[in-house]
Design a protein around this ligand. Structure first.
Ligand code: PLP
Length: 430
């Protein structure tokens, strides 16, 4: 049963939200833009654009080191932004590390572990060391950002990477997860929401398996943080990664959530300025987290703008955004799946969803589908969406993905369903 706090957005509310997004007001090829590529990158409301511009035009300064007023005020805003993001995901302020995107956040953890494994960080970091005989577990549905860094970590340390397989529908095989995750497992890296299937994975079960095995858990929250209420403490994960540009924020900023006691013992990934206490020509002492992991001049205007994005999302209400996405996701899967010749990847999985679906259209290459839709002003994503193992498992090389957000209308979902049907008619007649 819905309460007013988790009802899907009304048409009037969506139209009101759309007024905040100038980019959505344009025409493409003579048609109103139908932007269905928010899974790749979301659009930014005026409040976010204005926050970045206001910062750049009044306060622009490097943070933490300056003695002057602008630097001091910029530092306050930068740290306030950290607190805003921490609050949004249920973390403490000093458990949020700014990165340039989610990919860098995963690499930060992977490199910290391999640095610890080489003895960096001393005895304090000994608990993080991995080597031959140890196992890292991930899944067959991961974005390459949550797969390749673990392949590299395994190669650097001699540990073994094991992969939780999918069933024929594309769902995570929890039975296999229960067999794979065991006493040798040191870390489990799993995506909360698949960027190809749109399903919300049963991560609580995977996390419980990891906990029982004494393994660390890294959650890829790239496709969940923008669309669902997220509480890293309630989920009981050790690390979570996200990208600002997928949640109404700018590009060039992402974040790592790390449990405080873990961040405290982790050796750094990138080294240089801004993350040290003392440096001699032969060595350096590092600041405590989160600064230890924020080497070099920071992306301050992006952090300030991302905090504004978080406020925008909170103002609409994450439970309502999740309800809106669930409705649009169900509409996409049902509408696309009803078209003759269309296979919705993962369409048979009985799990809750966000507003994202990928299709294979029999006999028509995804790039042709994307091109045909673009001619009608409909922006979708085509290709393997950085998830080649998942596509291979489902027997396709590429797919066409439509993904929604809080500014997406039901009519836009219907437009892409209709567009795919017209694509098939066109190519069958050609
Ligand atoms: N993980 C998932 C599930 C994603 O969808 C993406 C981006 O598409 C990423 C990781 C990587 O994000 P970024 O390229 O912003 O680092």
């Amino acid at each position: 049963m819905h309460t007013s706090a988790d009802l899907p957005l009304t048409e009037a509310e969506i139209q009101g939200i759309r007024q905040d997004f100038p980019i959505l007001q344009q025409q493409v090829h003579g048609h109103p833009l139908v932007y269905l590529d928010s899974g790749a990158t979301s659009q930014r409301p005026l409040a976010v654009l204005d926050a970045e511009r206001a910062f750049a035009s009044t306060l622009n300064a490097a943070v933490h080191r300056g003695a002057h007023t602008l630097a001091a005020e910029a530092t306050v805003l930068f740290e306030d932004a950290r607190a805003a993001l921490a609050g949004f995901i249920g973390a403490e302020e000093d458990e949020v590390v700014w990165t340039s995107n989610a990919t860098e956040a995963v690499n930060l953890v992977a490199y910290a572990i391999s640095n610890a494994s080489m003895g960096r960080g001393g005895e304090a970091a000994a608990g993080l060391r991995i080597g031959p005989g140890d196992e890292i577990v991930t899944t067959e549905m991961e974005h390459h950002a949550n797969l390749v860094p673990w392949q590299e970590l395994a190669a650097r340390t001699g540990a073994t990477l094991r992969v939780i397989p999918l069933d024929d529908d594309g769902a995570l095989r929890l039975d296999a997860a229960a067999e794979l995750i065991g006493p040798r497992t040191r870390l489990v890296a799993v995506t909360h929401v698949s960027n190809v299937l749109g399903v919300i994975n049963p991560v609580a079960e995977v996390i419980a398996l990891a906990r029982a095995a004494g393994a660390l858990v890294l959650l890829d929250a790239c496709q969940s943080a923008p669309h669902l209420p997220l509480d890293v403490k309630a989920l009981d994960v050790d690390f979570a990664v996200l990208s600002g540009h997928k949640m109404l924020g700018p590009t060039g900023i992402g974040a790592l959530y790390g449990r405080r006691d873990l961040l405290e013992i982790m050796p750094p990934f990138l080294t240089g300025g801004s993350m040290i206490t003392t440096v001699t020509t032969t060595g350096a002492e590092y600041l405590p987290p989160p600064q230890r992991f924020e080497a070099g001049t920071q992306r301050v205007s992006q952090a300030v703008a991302l905090a504004e994005a978080v406020r925008y999302l909170e103002n609409v209400g994450m439970p309502r955004i999740a309800a809106h996405e669930a409705e649009l996701g169900a509409r996409l899967v049902a509408g696309l799946g009803a078209i003759d010749g269309v296979r919705v990847l993962g369409g048979g999985i009985d799990l809750p969803r966000v507003g994202l679906a990928s299709v294979d259209v029999a006999g028509i290459h995804a790039h042709d589908v994307g091109q045909f839709l673009d001619d009608a002003g409909i922006a979708v994503r085509v290709g393997h969406h950085c998830a080649q193992p998942l596509h291979r498992r489902l027997g396709v090389t590429a797919s066409t993905r439509a993904s929604t957000y809080l500014y997406t209308t039901r009519d836009e979902v219907d437009a892409v369903i209709d567009g795919v049907a017209r694509t098939i008619d066109f190519f069958r007649r050609a």
